[in-house]
Design a protein around this ligand. Sequence first.
Ligand code: AMP
Length: 172
Amino acid sequence: MSAWTDLLRDIPDFPQPGILFKDITPVLADAGAFAEAVAAMAAPWRGIRLDAVVGVEARGFILGAALARELDVGFVPVRKPGKLPGHTLSLDYGLEYGRDRLEIHADAMPAGARVIVIDDVLATGGTLKAAVQLVERQGALVVGTGVLVELGFLAARATWDHAAPLHAAAVY
Ligand code: AMP
């Protein structure tokens, strides 16, 4: 079994020049490393009452769904625009360049459901922050957030103003 962090792969200049992309696909492809990575993401939440894991499209689905199974709770997707078939709530948010939008089913969870919001990589933090806002607008209670990898040099944590904890399984 490989240590999961050994299988994280840096791809320079993807998807554009100057970005060092953290590729998690080799971690996912290795049964032992995938299990270790999911266990590392699950560790802070064991023993805490949760109703669901919310995952952000697209890599947050892979990790979030595995984490939901690990923690024995349901999974709720936050998706890119136009993908969810039911009545949705949406939230526009600013990116480094331009804007984007996330959506959730309006009836995805009962009011007050206790959830964690999961993504693969925390870069500027804009995506995770937007997902948290959307989930709160939906009526659920965000008790925490988690990522597999935090890009510490981007200092998203310094501007993280949510009361719930933000856990990263690895920081680079
Ligand atoms: P941000 O909103 O800046 O925190 O960006 C986070 C989103 O973009 C996550 O959904 C990541 O999947 C993706 N992302 C941003 N930067 C990287 C990176 N260097 N390597 C891998 N994924 C990234």
